[in-house]
Structure formats: structure tokens, C-alpha cells
Design a protein around this ligand. Structure first.
Ligand SMILES: C[S@@+](CC[C@H](N)C(=O)[O-])C[C@H]1O[C@@H](n2cnc3c(N)ncnc32)[C@H](O)[C@@H]1O
Length: 269
């Protein structure tokens, strides 16, 4: 389970820096999210909770178009940045940010929202943990309300590897930080092993210094597996949206993991 010092195996400082690099990728997500919300009658003025809101990339944009948003994240640094941005954008009156673990639903003090978002912010290692989290989350959404969950799915990952094997290796230079990622897929276990290296460019001689190397393992789930978990937890999956992506230009997405993802639209029955 991630804690406040380590977020998905990253030191919080580095995690914060990585998320800040993705701030400007929010517009594309916003369009898909707002149209999904509107299709289920959740128009501006409604109350949304953003689970694992990071630096408010989505929350603040939703507030800007007129939603009332509560964002929650494990990282104090991220939440502080989200609040700072809310002020800068003039949406402090429409946003509320909390530090905490969204699986501890007591943090919401019994409040029910019109919709919950969980955008690339999973907090489970197994299907059982996912089912338990989805069951708890049904308690924070009004009956008929929706949950939008964006997660990487096996189908999209495999297609990406087949169509553009270069997606297995990815890098980004942003500011003085170089990120190098490599993914290896183990078919027998349906697991992806990720090796991520981060280097800092020295101001004086431009040499690169290795900051950290993080190794992670992801279980890839099929769309059907997600749908089963939703259904078992009392949600009806109304739609699964997969944006088209340019696999040869992954630099324009948050990181390649986004490109392998789909957006599940589920309604609490
Ligand atoms: C990849 S970021 C995505 C942030 C944001 N949803 C976005 O799309 O920009 C995932 C975030 O989820 C947060 N997170 C992961 N597990 C969490 C949990 N159990 N409770 C609260 N936040 C969590 C992490 O701290 C991280 O900031």
C-alpha cells in the first residue's frame, strides 16, 4: 500500500515532480470526462469527488467549467499544489482538497457525491482488493451516480506492443529531469515488469546523474475482468471508452501507461 513518503515506490518529492510535468495534459481528459458526466445527467453545478487527484490536473479543470470538486490524495505535496493552482485559477470556492487514503471512506464523513473519478489512481494489488475498494466506493456516490475509472487494460497494452513495439521503451526530458521507462510483458503471468530510471542533468557540465531506479510489476486485467469486479461490487458498467492514441508520438500523453488505458463508466444501481 502506498504511504505518504513512498507513492507507487517513488519518493514523494520525485513523484510530485513527475506529476507536475503532466499538468498540461488535462484538457484531453477533461473533454472525455465532461462528456461522460453529461451523458448521465451530471452537468455543471454537480458535486464530484476525485480519488487520487494528484496535483489537481483534472479537479481544477472541472471546477473551472463549473463543477464542485473534492480532491483527495495520499501526497501532501500534491494536495498543496492542487490548492495553490485552484487559487491561481480562481476556483478555490469550488474546490476542496484533502490528504488521505480514499479507501478509508470515513474521510468523506458520510457525504454522497453525484460522481466519483479515479483516473489512473488505483489503490489495489489484487482483484480481491479492487473489488473491496469498489464496494466501499459505492458508499460515497448517490444511487444512480457514476464512477469514472481510468485504468490500463490488457487489450490496449497488447495491441500497442504489437502495432508499435517501440512503446516498450519510452523517455522524456523535462526541465532537468530525464525519465526512462521500459516495460516487459510476461505472458504466462499476465504481468508487466516496469523498470523506470530517473536522471538529473547537472547545471554546470550537463552530465546526467542517476537519481533512482524503480522496478514495478503490474497485473494486466482484461476489460471483462474489470466489468466483473464492478458488477460484483454493485455497479453497472454502462460504457468503456478507449481514446484513439498516436502510438508513434507518446510524448503528448501523460506517459505511455495512459495510452494503454480505457475509461470505465459505471453507475451505482
Ligand atoms: C498517476 S496519479 C494520477 C493523478 C490524477 N488522477 C491525474 O489524472 O492527474 C495517481 C495519484 O493517486 C494517488 N493515490 C494512490 N493511491 C491512493 C489512495 N489509496 N488514496 C488516495 N490517493 C491515492 C497517488 O498519490 C497519486 O497522486
Amino acid at each position: 500500500m502506498p504511504d505518504r513518503k513512498k507513492i507507487y515506490g517513488y519518493d514523494e518529492e520525485l513523484w510530485f515532480e513527475v506529476l507536475r510535468q503532466q499538468q498540461n495534459t488535462g484538457e484531453r481528459d477533461l473533454g472525455t470526462i465532461v462528456s461522460a458526466l453529461e451523458s448521465y445527467g451530471i452537468g455543471v453545478g454537480k458535486e464530484i469527488v476525485d480519488l487520487g487527484c494528484g496535483t489537481g490536473r483534472i479537479s481544477n479543470r472541472l471546477a473551472k467549467v463549473g463543477y464542485f470538486v473534492t480532491g483527495i490524495d495520499l501526497s501532501l505535496k500534491c494536495v498543496e499544489e492542487a490548492s495553490r493552482m485552484a487559487q491561481e485559477l480562481g476556483v478555490s470556492d469550488k474546490t476542496r482538497y484533502l490528504v488521505g487514503d480514499y479507501r478509508n471512506v470515513e474521510i468523506f464523513s458520510g457525504k454522497k457525491y453525484d460522481a466519483a473519478l479515479c483516473i489512473l489512481a488505483p489503490a489495489w494489488n489484487s482483484t480481491e482488493e479492487m473489488s473491496s475498494a469498489l464496494t466501499k466506493l459505492s458508499g460515497i456516490v448517490r444511487r444512480g451516480g457514476i464512477l469514472l475509472l481510468r485504468e490500463s487494460v490488457k487489450e490496449r497494452f497488447l495491441v500497442s506492443m504489437a502495432v508499435a513495439p517501440s512503446t516498450q521503451n519510452w523517455f522524456r526530458f523535462s526541465g532537468d529531469l530525464l525519465s526512462l521507462h521500459r516495460w516487459d510483458y510476461d505472458q504466462s503471468k499476465s504481468k508487466v515488469r516496469a523498470v523506470k530510471e530517473f536522471y538529473r542533468k547537472d547545471e554546470k557540465d550537463a552530465s546526467l546523474r542517476l537519481l533512482t531506479k524503480i522496478e514495478q510489476e503490474y497485473t494486466l486485467r482484461t476489460i471483462a475482468e474489470y466489468i466483473n469486479a464492478f458488477q460484483g461490487a454493485g455497479w453497472e458498467v454502462c460504457n468503456v471508452l478507449a481514446d484513439s492514441v498516436d502510438l508513434l508520438n507518446l510524448a503528448k500523453y501523460n506517459d505511455p501507461w495512459w495510452a494503454f488505458s480505457a475509461l470505465f463508466v459505471a453507475r451505482f444501481r
